[in-house]
Design a protein around this ligand. Structure first.
Ligand SMILES: [Zn+2]
Length: 333
């Protein structure tokens, strides 16, 4: 993310760049920094790799069966999932100073209530992926989300840690388990979905997700429709509801964008075009927003406009990601 580097200038040490830029944007993974490589051993693909080595290198989490049904519930032709990665202050954990923290805090104080009101006005559900310690910092968020009685809460790490950088599988497993436990206590329901913080999928991450019994993951980007993840050649039973960089507010606004460029109108047009083709192809449209980024005034106005546009089409099923995953999982003839 060269533009982000330019924006942050030399006041920000290189090692912080990944943490300051990305949430679910794969190009913003901290692993890109040469000073913070993934601790887990990853064998690079080189000109000397054998076919078998290349197959193994890419084999952890691949596209299996496509799971788009012939029709969605009530004959709908497209499923629409609005998802929010509620990162707030935790993107600043390497630099926890008042001003950068306040950028994230805005997400809890202002954006989440604003988003919940918008969703209520339109009576549409959404899925919120929240790091456990984000709930600790803002315990009012979960009751506020649950009070609307139509939303889902999913796992998004403990402190929004980058899983490939955790260091060992046992520790990564512990973090995942305590994140599930924390969300279960906070929401009264065991979460069934997970989205990796900063799209950080290490070599063992998928195995841990599968063993933890998740119904679905929403971290990968390999298709525009739901699919079953195949791991090392074996169907896993875990459903992927893939995201995209194009449908991610962070890609356009970043953390410190001044709101004038790119124009929120232009972002609306991109999202609209993405939805239009999903509607035409009868698949699925997933939007990924970050409250402290996309919940700013000029941007959430465009989100409202997008929801209004989508609702103007006949045959749209707004659903939580859990509802979509449960629907596509049902066996059909
Ligand atoms: Zn995130």
């Amino acid at each position: 993310m060269e533009s982000s580097r330019k924006r942050h200038g030399c006041a920000v040490p290189l090692v912080l760049i990944g943490l300051l830029t990305g949430c679910s944007s794969p190009s913003a993974q901290p692993a890109q920094s040469s000073r913070q490589p993934p601790a887990a051993a990853v064998n690079p693909i080189t000109v000397d790799s054998t076919e078998e080595q290349i197959r193994q290198a890419v084999g952890t989490a691949r596209v299996g069966r496509k799971l788009t049904p012939k029709t969605w519930p009530n004959g709908a032709r497209v499923a629409v999932c609005l998802s929010f990665d509620v990162d707030n202050e935790l993107l600043q954990r390497a630099n926890p100073l008042p001003v950068p923290l306040s950028v994230g805090e805005y997400g809890a104080t202002t954006s989440v209530p604003r988003i919940l009101d918008l969703l209520d006005r339109h009576q549409v559900p959404a899925t919120f992926f929240i790091p456990a310690m984000g709930i600790m910092l803002h315990p009012e968020m979960v009751p506020a989300i649950l009070a609307r009685r139509r939303h889902e809460i999913g796992v998004h790490g403990w402190v929004h840690e980058f899983w490939p950088g955790v260091g060992d599988a046992a520790k990564e497993q512990r973090l995942l388990a305590q994140s599930i436990e924390y969300l279960t206590k906070a929401s009264g329901k065991r979460p069934v979905g997970v989205r990796a913080p900063s799209s950080g999928f290490g070599p063992q991450t998928f195995d841990l997700i599968r063993k933890a019994g998740f119904l679905y993951d929403s971290s990968l980007l390999a298709a525009d429709e739901p699919y079953e993840i195949v791991s090392n050649g074996q169907p896993s039973g875990v459903i992927e509801l893939p995201i995209s960089e194009v449908g991610n507010d962070y890609v356009y606004y970043g953390e410190t964008a001044n709101g004038s460029l790119p124009s929120p109108d232009a972002v609306f047009e991109i999202y609209k075009a993405e939805f239009d083709l999903a509607f035409q192809e009868r698949t699925m449209f997933i939007l990924t927003q970050h409250p402290h980024v996309g919940g700013r005034r000029s941007r959430i106005v465009q989100l409202g406009r997008l929801i209004t546009y989508i609702k103007s089409k006949r045959g749209v099923w707004f659903a939580t990601m859990e509802q979509v995953a449960n629907y596509v999982k049902q066996p059909r003839s």
